[in-house]
Each structure stands twice: as structure tokens, then as C-alpha cells.
Ligand binder design. Structure first.
Ligand code: TXA
Ligand code: MG
Length: 339
């Protein structure tokens, strides 16, 4: 199939209309969101959802996030919504925050990957919101990468993975956040952080002090272990390059990579000048948002450049740093070096 490029700028309105038509006819369209690009299909149409799983090569038991633009739709697709969940939505929506809730029968069952729950979010991106409204649908949208590849933060990343496999791509801007949304489950005994993102654990604790952190956030799931979020058991974000996550302070990291001298150092801007081997700055230690913004782009770049080995300086596990750390341990296949 030929993948249509839907342009923005003066073509924006026409492009959004075309995308909405494709979605209403059971097609799939990649759309920008503030976190990463998503591969959207109607959450009400099983055969459209089927196409999303096929295009991505995604395991069928890994459920999709449903994107909405208003609270009426939330009440149509989810039920028994706890008060705390609504409070969080009021504070964090539209934004990089996803809630797992009990679901109604309204969405196609394959969206939920066989579970009786649904993950829902209202994205903070005017193109995504306009498309949801124009289509009149709720849009199931996983990240628009091939399964196992780093999530796409530009339309070009989407095309690199999915050109010829999907109906269209909206050629929007680069995603401002750079890592996927924070996922919180409200169907466990206590609210539970399943995936950290730009809405931080510290922010969540202000509203839900009792929140628990799922152990898969910071460690490798054991063989055959039941996980709360099916996505966490798959190897994610993995570049071909063999990566190691290095927990160290600034001077120790430079010393370590200088001595090793056998790969690329993914480092902070603050330490670049101390590193004598090949290095790539992925942001500032003091500003974890900057690390999130460039992370997936750099993971793709490593493979494009044919780099075989890399040492990544681990961020602090606080604020957005927790999300960056969570993506990195997966990208490194859980190979962590503590200095
Ligand atoms: O920022 C984002 O969330 C992006 C953009 C496109 O919105 N989407 C995204 O979707 O990251 P995806 O499919 O790549 O990740 C969804 C995650 C997976 O780990 C999945 O297992 C989990 O959410 N998830 C979805 N539905 C769930 C459910 N009902 N219960 C538990 N986990 C669920
Ligand atoms: Mg994904």
C-alpha cells in the first residue's frame, strides 16, 4: 500500500479531514502527540485494530491506549471510575497521563488485549485533539514504531518503520516530551504506577499519596511472572547496538569510558569535556526533560551509524529521570554497571 503523507501548515484542515475519513473507513493513520507519535485506528472497529497489530508486528495480548478528547467518551468506554482517577484527570489532562480503568463493552475487545480494563488518555496536542473530534471516534493508538524499536518522535521515524504498511502519516512537528505517557492503574487494590512518564511520581503523590510503584518499573520481569501491564514483559526500545547503563557520578563515568575506550559514551552535557572517546550528549544531568526529549532519537541514530557498543550514563531516578531510566534499562536489556 502507498502511505499518504498528510501535510500541515496551510493544508492542516484538509489533512485532518482526510485522516478522519480514513479512520472512519477502517484505516490506520499515524498522528503526532506531545509524547511520541501514535498509530491510530477506531477503538470501536475490530478489523481496524487488527491492522494496527499487523503493521507494528505487535503481540495480540499487549493492549492499546485509547485516546479521547472529552469526558462523555470517557464515561462511554470506562465504568466504576474512582474519584481519585477523576481528580488526576482534572489535573493532568490533556497531557501525558494514562489511566487504566474497568471497561464497558463499547470498545472492540482486541483493544484491551483480552483484559476487562481499558487504558485511556487525553493527549495535549492540537492535531491529535482535532483529529479525534473530527472523526467522532475514540482512537486506539500505540506508539507508531515497529514493535521492539524505539518509539517515534518524528514523522520521519514513523516512515522509517511503517512506510508502505499504513494508510497515512500526519507530517506534524517533533514530539515535545519524547517518552511515552505515565500509566497508572486504578483497578489494583491501591493505585499503581505501571509506566513512568512526564507526569512524575512526585506529582502523582500529591494527589494519591498511597500510590504504589509496580516492580517492573525498575527491574526485569522474571520468566513466566504475571505482570500488571502486558507491555512491560516485552523487550522494548531496543537498538541493535549493545548498550550498558552505567550508574556513576560525573568523574567516575568519564574515567570508566576513557579506560574502556571500546564504544560510544552517551553522556551529559556537563561531562562531555572530560570524555576522550567517541561521545554523544543526550541532554543535561540537571534537566531530565532534555534527556527524555532526545533519548529515542539517539537510540535510532546509534543503529543508523552502525555503532556496535555504547555506555549510557544513567540519570537520577527522580522526576522525569525515572521515565528515562525505565526506558534505558529496557534498551540496555537490563545490563547495568554500578560504579
Ligand atoms: O504516550 C503514549 O502513551 C503513546 C502515545 C501514542 O499516546 N502511546 C503508547 O502506547 O505508548 P503503547 O501501546 O506503545 O504503550 C501502551 C502501554 C503498554 O505498555 C501496554 O501494555 C499498557 O500501556 N496498557 C494498555 N492497556 C492496558 C491495560 N488495560 N492494562 C494495563 N496496561 C495497559
Ligand atoms: Mg510502544
Amino acid at each position: 500500500m502507498k502511505t499518504k503523507r498528510l501535510l500541515m501548515g496551510e493544508n492542516k484542515e484538509k489533512s485532518i479531514k482526510t485522516a478522519a475519513e480514513i479512520l472512519n473507513n477502517g484505516g490506520v493513520v499515524a498522528m503526532p502527540t506531545e509524547t511520541v507519535y501514535g498509530l491510530a485506528a477506531s477503538a470501536y472497529d475490530s478489523s481496524a485494530i487488527e491492522k494496527v497489530f499487523i503493521a507494528k508486528g505487535r503481540p495480540q495480548d499487549n493492549p492499546l491506549i485509547v485516546h479521547i478528547a472529552d469526558y462523555e467518551t470517557l464515561k462511554e468506554i470506562a465504568c466504576n471510575i474512582p474519584q481519585k482517577a477523576l481528580e488526576c484527570a482534572t489535573v493532568f489532562w490533556p497531557g501525558p497521563f494514562t489511566m487504566v480503568l474497568k471497561r464497558t463493552q463499547r470498545i472492540a475487545p482486541c483493544v484491551a488485549g483480552g483484559l476487562d480494563t481499558v487504558a485511556v488518555r487525553m493527549p495535549n496536542n492540537d492535531i491529535a485533539l482535532s483529529l479525534i473530534k473530527e472523526s467522532g471516534l475514540a482512537l486506539a493508538a500505540p506508539s507508531a514504531n515497529s514493535s521492539g524499536k524505539p518509539s517515534p518522535t518524528t514523522a520521519h521515524h514513523v516512515l522509517a518503520d511503517l512506510d508502505g504498511k499504513i494508510d497515512a502519516v500526519i507530517m506534524g512537528e517533533r514530539s515535545g516530551v519524547g517518552v511515552e505517557s505515565t500509566v497508572v492503574s486504578f483497578v489494583c487494590e491501591k493505585p499503581r504506577l505501571l509506566r513512568p512518564g512526564a507526569v512524575t511520581l512526585e506529582q502523582l503523590k500529591e494527589i494519591i499519596p498511597e500510590i504504589e510503584v509496580d516492580k517492573a518499573v525498575l527491574s526485569s520481569p522474571k520468566e513466566g511472572e504475571k505482570v500488571s501491564s502486558p507491555g512491560m514483559k516485552y523487550k522494548h526500545y531496543a537498538p541493535k547496538c549493545e548498550l550498558y547503563l552505567v550508574e556513576a557520578d560525573i568523574s567516575d563515568f568519564a574515567k570508566f569510558v576513557n579506560e574502556k575506550n571500546d564504544g560510544v559514551a552517551l553522556c551529559f552535557s556537563e561531562e562531555k569535556e572530560h570524555i576522550c572517546t567517541q561521545s554523544i550528549v543526550y541532554g543535561s544531568k540537571e534537566n531530565p526533560e532534555s534527556l527524555a526529549y532526545t533519548l529515542f532519537d539517539i537510540l535510532r541514530e546509534l543503529d543508523l551509524k552502525g555503532i556496535e557498543r555504547g555506555y549510557v550514563h544513567a540519570p537520577e531516578k527522580s522526576g522525569v529521570g525515572l521515565a528515562v531510566y525505565n526506558r534505558l534499562i529496557r534498551a540496555c536489556g537490563y545490563k547495568v554497571i554500578k560504579l
